[in-house]
Design a protein around this ligand. Sequence first.
Ligand code: ADP
Ligand code: MG
Length: 209
Amino acid sequence: MIELKSVAHTYSGTQAIKFRDWKINNGEQWLLLGGSGSGKTTLLHILTGILKPEIGKVFIEDTSIYELTSRKLDQFRGRHIGIIFQRPHLIKSLTIAENLILAQTFAGLKTDQERVTEVLASLDIDHKMHAYPATLSQGQLQRVSIARAVVNRPALLIADEPTSSLDDKNAFAVLDLLLQQSGLNQATLVVATHDKRVKDAFTNTYELI
Ligand code: ADP
Ligand code: MG
């Protein structure tokens, strides 16, 4: 369960962005809708422990996440939250498998090569395990980003505009993968988008205005 309570944030020199209270139950799949500049990325950063809001609290289960020490918060994020950014950013000097192993290490977990292989296989990209990011297509890199986000079996899977730079066919394919992976890993899913094409795939929506 994730709960947003009385949260508002102000960047210096801008108007405050207020967020409605929001309760997300475990396993639910949500779409976070809003136009460009409405605060979607800000809200995802607040939800995932990257940005402490000026006002309000964020609870994940019973933990008020901004009351953790920053070291604890980093570890908490690594273990419980998987994030897929708009553009994949992998470490270029590491292979695909090594990038996923690094995600395990960052979370303070033991290396689990079997899990790495399993996740890559579930996304049909295991044949690229020993390849370097620069040799993969955008679509393949998007799959690797999803694999890296789910490798530690996060309770919460977050994607920030994962479809905005894709054509219809690829946009729906990526959404299918996110929905499938959240089901497979029993993870709560929150996908931010301004892309109305994807609205019908979700039953729950939180809209920013
Ligand atoms: P979205 O992801 O919906 O496009 P953002 O959360 O990125 O919206 O931005 C919300 C608002 O906050 C915008 O007006 C944006 O210009 C502003 N903003 C975002 N990040 C910063 C920042 N680091 N410093 C100042 N203003 C910011
Ligand atoms: Mg954004």
